[in-house]
Write a protein that binds this ligand. Structure first.
Ligand SMILES: [Zn+2]
Length: 129
């Protein structure tokens, strides 16, 4: 069984309890790394400048505290392997459904089952209930 690194755990601890519950379950089955939980204004400005986010502060779900979004990638990290992100995301969405947590994945914003042009593979965000 895989476990989170202390750094991943620290990042996950900035996230909403539902996201913590979700990824605490996911890590039991798939090794993964938490890249980002809450983002400060400086971190959000940087993410936008680098093209990782399209949402200016404070509108990203990463800017809420606790964070309503988590960036989690399959481990070891390989940005070039998009199919691995897709496979991992489907696993995460399946676990979320089992736990009754409504999640949108950044690879399929409109939830039509087709990966989107703005593909944010590790991004998972909670939906408003
Ligand atoms: Zn994100």
């Amino acid at each position: 069984m895989s476990t989170f690194s202390p750094q991943s755990l620290a990042r996950l601890s900035t996230c909403h309890p539902d996201l913590q519950r979700l990824f605490t379950e996911v890590i039991k089955h798939r090794d993964c790394t938490v890249l980002c939980g809450h983002r400060t204004q400086a971190e959000q400005d940087q993410a936008v400048a680098e093209g990782h986010s399209k949402t200016p502060w404070p509108k990203s779900r990463h800017n809420a505290l606790p964070s309503l979004a988590a960036d989690v990638a399959p481990f070891p990290l390989d940005w070039a392997d998009r199919s691995r992100f897709i496979e991992f995301a489907h696993f995460v969405l399946g676990v979320a459904a089992t736990l009754g947590i409504s999640i949108t994945w950044g690879g399929d914003w409109d939830r039509d089952g087709v990966p989107d042009k703005f593909f944010d593979g590790p991004h998972f965000q909670l939906e408003e209930k």
